[in-house]
Design a protein around this ligand. Structure first.
Ligand SMILES: [Fe+2]
Length: 421
């Protein structure tokens, strides 16, 4: 595995190498795309690949370069408007729902933009004075972690963008199909008590993972793997999508309104099921973890199974005792795989928790515009833990708090059960 993106002191050469590595991987992810693919935005939640690769560049051009180079001249006077995502303190922005309408700048222009900013960033990292090094180092690492988040979004968004095409094209036709069979679910007894959660002192973390603090956890049990497609089929065949007693009120209204009766990307033909993947349409593998569920579907399954979803603190304390290994982008499957004999903790799928995404006690957002990164989204969303098959391995950690609205399911989301003792 390559070195992790970290804030711990490193030389200029190491930081430049890290910058180049992460920036290059974004372009590697885009290599299988045709020019036409760069423009697609299938739903408001997804962004066109062209927008993603410009926006992560805008981040460095906005939050790093001008702060260190007073006479820095932006690559284009209107890119600040086009590629600002949601930073109101930076000024107005193009509407999110209309990102797919920006045919100019072209893809070629955006790659020129990337090269321009890369050169400026390299020059800055080579020349900045020692007194400004720590601040630059922090901002570069933040920008690289931001770019890694968008690398994951690129894959999730490409999948959805491609799925609405009746031809169901594959993003990659050389992806290996995960092998192996599921095994019985094992339950781990976890004793309760006062535990510490949140980011530890060393290494990079986003502000929303801080401060580290005490939580009171009850005795509980955790399933050591995700729920499989086969197990979820039992839920479907039991008529669960037609049984209001299993659903939270908002979830029941949603599945009625949208006529949902199975996970996203599943398709039934006579007696068999298939699913759309980044490798195109495949037969549904009963042994794989069920994926692309909303929070409401995960919650309803848990209720049907007589169990519940884990709390964030239960999962985080379990993850903090595990090595960060699993099915990440480094595995190059880009799809969840059946659980091996060891526990399935990190990677494969983001596990829904029953914990709302709210501030930790004493939370302070980063100063200035960076304070808009995470804190302002702390309402009406749920926390997910563990990383997924579209996450870089060196981007995952126990304290990481991903968050999505409960109705969203285009991300690589999965379902892990918990139980009270
Ligand atoms: Fe962003």
């Amino acid at each position: 595995m390559e070195a992790a993106v970290t804030t711990e002191g490193s030389s200029r050469d190491l930081l430049i190498a890290e910058f180049d590595r992460v920036r290059r991987y974004t372009e590697t992810l885009c290599k299988p795309l045709e020019t036409d693919d760069f423009q697609l935005q299938s739903i408001i939640q997804t962004s066109p690949p062209k927008w993603h690769i410009a926006h992560v560049t805008w981040f460095f051009e906005t939050f790093v370069l001008p702060g260190f180079i007073p006479d820095y001249k932006p690559f284009h006077p209107h890119f600040d408007f086009l590629f600002n995502s949601y930073y109101n303190s930076q000024g107005d922005m193009h509407p999110r729902a209309k990102r797919g309408l920006i045919s100019r700048p072209t893809v070629r222009d955006v790659y020129r933009y990337r090269a321009h900013v890369n050169a400026a960033m390299r020059g800055l990292m080579e020349s900045v004075g020692d007194s400004k090094w720590d601040e630059l180092h922090f901002r570069v690492i933040l920008g690289l972690n931001h770019e890694q988040q968008h690398q994951e979004l690129l894959l999730m968004d490409i999948k959805h963008n491609f799925s609405v095409n009746p031809l169901k094209p594959a993003y990659r036709d050389d992806l290996e199909i995960p092998g192996g069979k599921s095994r019985p679910m094992r339950w781990l007894d976890r004793s309760g008590g006062v535990r510490r959660v949140g980011h530890e002192i060393s290494g990079f973390a986003f502000d929303n993972e801080t401060p580290r603090h005490d939580v009171l956890i009850r005795d509980h049990r955790l399933a050591d793997r995700f729920v499989t497609n086969n197990e979820y089929l039992d839920f479907i065949e039991a008529g669960a999508y037609a049984d209001p007693a299993l659903w939270l009120s908002d979830g029941w209204a949603l599945i009625q309104r949208e006529s949902w009766c199975h996970p996203l990307y599943w398709e039934q033909k006579k007696d068999s099921w298939s699913q759309f993947t980044l490798g195109g349409v495949r037969d549904l593998n009963p042994h794989e973890p069920v994926c692309h569920l909303s929070f409401y579907e995960a919650d309803a399954y848990a209720r049907w199974a007589g169990k519940r979803l884990p709390l964030e603190c239960e999962l985080e304390t379990m993850l903090s005792g595990q090595t960060v290994i699993g099915n990440f982008t480094d595995s190059d499957l880009l799809h969840p795989a059946p659980a091996g004999d060891a526990g399935q903790w990190y990677g494969d799928l983001w596990a829904w928790t029953s914990s709302p995404y709210v501030a930790y006690p004493g939370f302070k957002p980063l100063a200035g515009s960076m304070g808009e990164y995470n804190g302002k989204f702390m309402s009406s969303q749920m926390v997910l833990k563990g990383g997924c098959c579209a996450t870089a391995q060196d981007h995952a950690r126990a304290s990481y708090r991903n968050f999505f609205y409960p109705q969203e399911r285009w991300a690589f989301t999965g379902l892990r059960l918990a139980d009270d003792v």
